[in-house]
Design a protein around this ligand. Structure first.
Ligand code: FAD
Length: 373
């Protein structure tokens, strides 16, 4: 296969799918995906929540704008919302008086509602909570995201506008060609005028392949376990997050529990797998929080959260180029920020005024050009 197109988007996770949906009405576009199904890597392994505080104040504008879209998507995109009520509680113990303060301070000047909870309220919301966990901050606006439905809707939208998804097409080599770029992939060659690098944990690898400097976007492993606990987790239990960042858990269908030890292990890109030590650590930490019996570890998995050095996403053309575009570094917030991120990045790519959804979002902190000196 040797195909001539306008844009080759490399990677069909949520980043590639969402920007493809935004760009496809403007160009002939191919989504080049290494795996035999899109979403095999980070996108299919997330904890699936939308939280305004997660990622800090610089991520919040993207999250808030995306929330408007996710909660009430346009009719031609989806006929049902992608968010459902969850709520979150940041939990702290009497061992650390100051655990909640950084979060309170970060959002003190904002309109984010964080409500103080004491021991009595906490123990009525979290049955079996051990006595030392005696303070918390509730973020009621937190929601669950239907990640699979969102990802599928983006791919469908991209296809509707003529984009083509090519699976089992690992980009192996990228070189300059008279028309722009020649991408040699395991499914054949593509000639593209421009490339969008949406390769997640492999974003630096793809840039190097194209002979461009890497930006030090590093994958960090995060582990999730699915448990059967006794008593079963109530379906309306909020997401419970340790204010000091050593665990979070939330209920899943059928009374199950999703639990993470909040690990962040720097790794090489690849097929991320959990380490049994992190699985054991997760269970041990849960047992320090509640008196529930862990009956079974049903499933464990791990995925990458890929961060630029300043932990902000990277949108924009590579230094000195107008044909290689970064859409990477989505960290631990790539799903909850996807709609705003894709609209902002598409406007930067096309040199157009951004969609009204992101009119209030300052793109400066995310621009790739911050690395150009
Ligand atoms: C355990 C965990 C929990 C998380 N929880 C949340 C959450 O609750 N909320 C939230 O918003 N975010 C969460 N995240 C973060 C979120 O999952 C990521 O930010 C997001 O999925 C990143 O999307 P992506 O498209 O950049 O990466 P990916 O989904 O990894 O997609 C990149 C794609 O590029 C492809 N690719 C790479 N190299 C090549 C190549 N050479 N040729 C062709 N294709 C290539 C890969 O095969 C892959 O499919 C979580 C992440 C993890 C790991």
């Amino acid at each position: 296969m040797n195909r001539q197109i306008d844009i080759a988007v490399i990677g069909a996770g949520i980043a590639g799918a969402s920007i493809a949906a935004e760009l496809a009405p403007h160009a002939r576009l191919i989504l080049v995906e290494a795996e035999d199904y899109p979403g095999y890597h980070s996108t299919g392994r997330s904890a699936a929540f939308w939280s305004e505080s997660y990622g800090g104040p610089f991520i919040r504008p993207l999250t808030v704008a995306s929330g408007l879209f996710l909660g009430n998507p346009p009719a031609d995109f989806s006929d049902c919302p992608f968010l459902s009520p969850r709520g979150a509680i940041y939990l702290a113990s009497s061992d650390d008086d100051d655990a909640l303060r950084p979060l309170e301070e970060q959002f003190a000047e904002s309109d984010l509602m964080l409500k103080k909870l004491g021991r009595r309220e906490l123990s009525s919301i979290i049955p079996g909570l051990r006595p030392e966990w005696d303070r918390g901050l509730a973020e009621d606006s937190c929601r669950d995201i239907d990640v699979a439905a969102l990802h599928a809707a983006y791919l469908k939208q991209a296809r509707k506008h003529g984009a083509e998804l090519v699976l089992n097409a690992k980009a192996l080599q990228i070189e300059r060609s008279p028309g722009g770029w020649r991408v040699h992939s395991s499914a054949g060659d593509f000639e593209a005028t421009k490339i969008v690098n949406a390769a997640g944990a492999w974003a630096d690898t793809v840039a190097r392949m194209a002979g461009l400097p890497a930006l030090d976007i590093r994958p960090h492993r995060r582990t999730m376990v699915q448990l059967r606990v006794n008593p079963t987790a109530a379906p309306d239990l909020p997401l419970i997050i340790d204010a000091l960042g050593s665990f979070y858990f939330k209920p899943e269908a059928g009374g199950r529990l999703w639990l993470s030890p909040h690990d962040e292990t720097p790794s090489e890109p690849g097929d991320c797998a959990p380490d049994e030590i992190d699985v054991a650590l997760a269970v041990e930490r849960l047992q320090q929080v509640v008196d529930w019996k862990v009956e079974k570890v049903e499933r464990r998995w791990a995925g990458f959260r890929s961060f630029a050095p300043d932990r902000l996403p990277v949108y924009g053309y590579a230094a000195g180029r107008d044909d290689f575009f970064w859409f990477a570094g989505q960290g631990g917030f790539g799903i909850q920020t996807a709609p705003a991120a894709a609209k902002l990045a598409a406007a930067l790519f096309l040199g157009q005024t951004p969609d009204p959804l992101v009119a209030g979002v300052d793109p400066d902190p995310y621009l790739a050009e911050r690395f150009m000196n």
